[in-house]
Design a protein around this ligand. Structure first.
Ligand SMILES: Cc1ncc(COP(=O)(O)O)c(C=O)c1O
Length: 381
């Protein structure tokens, strides 16, 4: 299997699994208990919190562990809406993940107002439009740091500056950004930031939320008062410890090697199939992600052929592949339904090799040719 779908989920790092196992086998006591063993487990949680905090430039008390990126996003939206009822407006980027989009729908169902910030053809949010939108009193601007389908990176510093000038808070879904581009909340002073373990070679079922000490916050889950009362529920200790280790590993120098593989993949495909379009090419992109449109080729059929050839990738975002409909991300970038339906996403990580990349290029080219034959597309005609 050649796994080119790391934006859907990443392979847990072996070091992460090793670090997690003792917390499932031996150190499984409840961290809230009063005996010595529990104190040691609490210390491990705090160690992981310190690692995450340092990674994103936060203070330790600004990091709250959650169950996933989706929970972190929902918690922020709900908190801001509840604490600031006099400001009804939420601005969300047009290419946000479903976690943000659906949470924004709930904002509306609960009496708020949602405004969608468009992106240009390059996938970058339109800052001029944001400035106009912010003329109306706004509670929260929720813009993703990096897009999961195209890898396009948002101008977060500008977004934050504009929003704060207008008195609005800023949340960023940094699930795809952390570990791939520099994310430092001291430099880019967002109020809230969401991240997820399984996108950074940690386990599924663990996420984190940065809550700036400047911001007020109302917890989504109440109960036993864990996480200093900001996220009740017995902690996923093994997951949290694993996230701490994953963070340390992400500090390695994998970036240039992964980008080189992604670039070699794109160059290899484009050389053989020149009509392929690289989405988001004009923008700053994550070095891990390649969104390719194969004009005239049905992406769903291509996925099946690639699966048979042992190449794992996705059409649109993974959550949508069960029900293939045109990706809202690509539509927001101006692609028509036909082109959006001809688009595949390939995402790379440190466990890929150049040899896999070469085999994937062969698989993609062969799959594309077969699909064109089946669909009666005349190449060059
Ligand atoms: C940009 C982005 N935001 C949020 C999420 C949701 O994260 P989780 O799966 O941890 O809930 C994902 C996962 O695909 C994502 O890519």
């Amino acid at each position: 299997m050649i796994y080119l779908d790391s934006n859907a989920t990443t392979q847990p790092a072996p070091e992460v699994v090793e670090a997690m196992l003792p917390y499932l086998r031996e150190r499984w006591v409840n961290p809230s208990s009063s005996y010595r063993g529990a104190r040691e487990v609490r210390k491990a949680i705090e160690g992981a919190r310190g690692a995450v905090a340092e990674w994103i430039g936060a203070e330790v008390e600004e990091v709250v562990f959650t169950s996933c990126g989706t929970e972190s996003v929902n918690a922020v939206h709900d908190s801001v809406r509840a604490l600031w009822p006099e400001r009804r407006r939420l601005i969300v980027g047009a290419t946000e993940h479903a976690a943000v989009m659906e949470s924004a729908e709930r904002w509306v169902r609960n009496g708020g107002e949602k405004v969608v910030l468009p992106v240009g053809r390059d996938g970058v949010v339109e800052l001029g439009v944001l400035r106009e939108m912010l003329r109306e009193p706004t509670a929260l601007v929720s813009v993703m740091w990096a897009n999961n389908e195209t890898g396009v990176v948002a101008p977060m510093a500008e977004v934050v500056a504009m929003a704060h000038e207008a008195g609005a808070l800023v949340h960023t879904d940094a699930v795809q950004a952390v570990g791939k581009v520099a994310v430092d909340v001291r430099e880019v002073a967002v109020d809230f930031l969401s991240l997820s373990g399984h996108k950074v070679h940690a386990a599924k079922g663990v996420g984190a939320l940065f809550v700036s000490r400047r911001a007020r916050y109302l917890p989504l889950l109440v109960g036993g008062g864990q996480e200093s009362g900001r996220r009740s529920g017995t902690e996923n200790v093994a997951g949290i410890v694993g996230l701490g280790v994953a963070v340390a590993l992400m500090r390695g120098q994998d970036g240039p090697r992964v980008t080189a593989m992604r670039d070699a993949f794109e160059a290899g495909v484009l050389k053989r199939v020149p009509e392929v379009v690289v989405n988001g090419l004009e923008a700053r992109r994550l070095g891990t992600t390649s969104s390719l449109t194969f004009p005239g080729v049905d992406a769903a059929g291509m996925l099946i052929l690639l699966d048979k050839a042992g190449v794992c990738c996705s059409a649109g975002s993974a959550c949508h592949t069960g029900a293939l409909h045109a990706s809202h991300v690509l539509e927001a970038m101006g692609l028509d339904a036909g082109h959006a339906g001809s688009t595949l996403r390939f995402s790379f990580c440190r466990y890929n090799t150049m040899e896999e990349v070469e085999r994937a290029v062969e698989g993609v080219v062969a799959g594309g040719e077969k699909m064109r034959m089946l669909m009666g597309v005349v190449v060059g005609g």
